[in-house]
Design a protein around this ligand. Structure first.
Ligand code: FES
Length: 94
């Protein structure tokens, strides 16, 4: 579904939902997760439905995700860094 536009031989290690992933340096969090097959980044605050990145350019806000404990980060605009801890944003359960 997704095709890389370049190849990098350097990697960083990130943690997504407690799972270690080695990803190519120079890509965004969103592209790293999508290439790895992770499509759900958050749940809708209204319906709880799963949401995924859409525009990949910082406009739609569908890629909001928690990075290093900070919620509402745009995964499509933030480059991967070594030891990043990333979690899906879930609708608060009441
Ligand atoms: S995918 Fe649209 S803002 Fe990130």
């Amino acid at each position: 579904m997704f095709k890389k536009q370049y190849e990098s031989h350097e990697t960083v290690s990130i943690i997504f939902e407690g799972k270690n992933l080695d990803v190519e340096i120079g890509q965004t969090v969103a592209s790293a997760l999508l290439v790895g097959g992770d499509m759900v980044f958050r749940s809708s605050v209204v319906s709880g439905q799963p949401r995924a990145p859409y525009c990949m350019m910082g406009v739609c806000f569908e890629c909001l995700i928690e990075i290093d404990g900070i919620p509402n980060q745009l995964a499509c605009m933030i480059p991967v860094r070594e030891a990043m801890k990333i979690k899906r944003q879930q609708k608060n359960k009441e």
